[in-house]
Write a protein that binds this ligand. Structure first.
Ligand code: HEC
Length: 221
């Protein structure tokens, strides 16, 4: 086998593919399966994202009531998880990942622009399936987007990106609204919640951009 050319090609093609699959696929999965069991969506709802979710209800009471309902201390976590899940669907379906990555890489001082380098545990939950790492960066990385902008900033930006970033090539998403940026529909509300969720597991969520005052410590998550 090792003498023939086809044998060498066989090993190079199939053999190394199998080796790579085992080494970078199976081994990490088996190594970390016990250490970091995959979290459910509801386990990913913490104080940070709930503050944003309640703010969304306060800012857009009518659409919020129509599409999500009224929040109570008992139901808010479940409703929030459901809304984030829908937001991920919209993000996937609209192809936002063509232009946005969700992974801060340990190169080119990316952390100075987007915050702490991404770690594998951050992706070990139901709301990261399928993972939206992305490969292209026409727009900025979004894995630390949460807490960076206010809910109404996102609404205005989705309605007409150029109203906030004049040279932006991001398309307008008018179909996330019933008429004006003051009336986001189910997709708009879900996508805003999803944007605010990204990075909500970081202890410096509210303070990383020094925009708002409420931060949580890691122990609270
Ligand atoms: C054609 C490429 C393109 C597509 C598609 C696109 N974006 Fe963008 N996006 C950009 C660019 C460029 C910017 C930077 C300029 C700006 O703020 O508009 C940006 C900025 C953003 C920002 C602001 C980040 C910040 O804090 O400054 C958010 C949030 C965002 N995009 C979310 C989305 C979502 C969600 C979708 C899908 C519904 C989407 N984008 C689709 C190119 C794109």
């Amino acid at each position: 086998m090792f003498e023939s050319r086809s044998g060498i090609f066989f090993i190079a093609g199939v053999g190394f593919f199998a080796l790579a699959f085992v080494a970078s696929g199976l081994v990490p999965i088996l190594m970390y399966a016990d250490k970091y069991p995959e979290k459910k969506a509801i386990e990913m709802v913490n104080r940070n994202i709930l503050i944003q979710f309640r703010d969304l209800q306060t800012r857009y009471p009518e659409p919020f009531k129509k599409y999500i309902g009224e929040l109570t201390p008992e139901n808010e976590a479940a409703k929030c998880a459901e809304t984030i899940r829908y937001g991920l669907k919209v993000y996937t379906g609209e192809g936002c990942w063509h232009c946005h990555s969700q992974f801060v890489r340990p190169v080119s001082r990316e952390m100075e622009r987007w915050g702490p380098v991404s770690k594998s545990w951050e992706y070990q939950n139901e709301l990261q399936r399928p993972v939206m790492f992305g490969t292209r960066r026409v727009g900025p990385d979004l894995i630390r987007e949460g807490g960076r902008r206010s809910n109404d900033w996102h609404a205005a930006h989705f309605f007409k990106p150029q109203s906030l970033a004049p040279d932006s090539v991001m398309p307008e998403y008018k179909w996330f609204f019933e008429g004006s940026p003051l009336k986001p529909n189910d997709r708009g509300l879900a996508l805003i919640t999803y944007m605010q969720w990204l990075g909500s597991w970081m202890p410096n969520y509210f303070t990383q951009y020094k925009s708002q005052g409420q931060a949580i410590s890691e122990g609270d998550q």
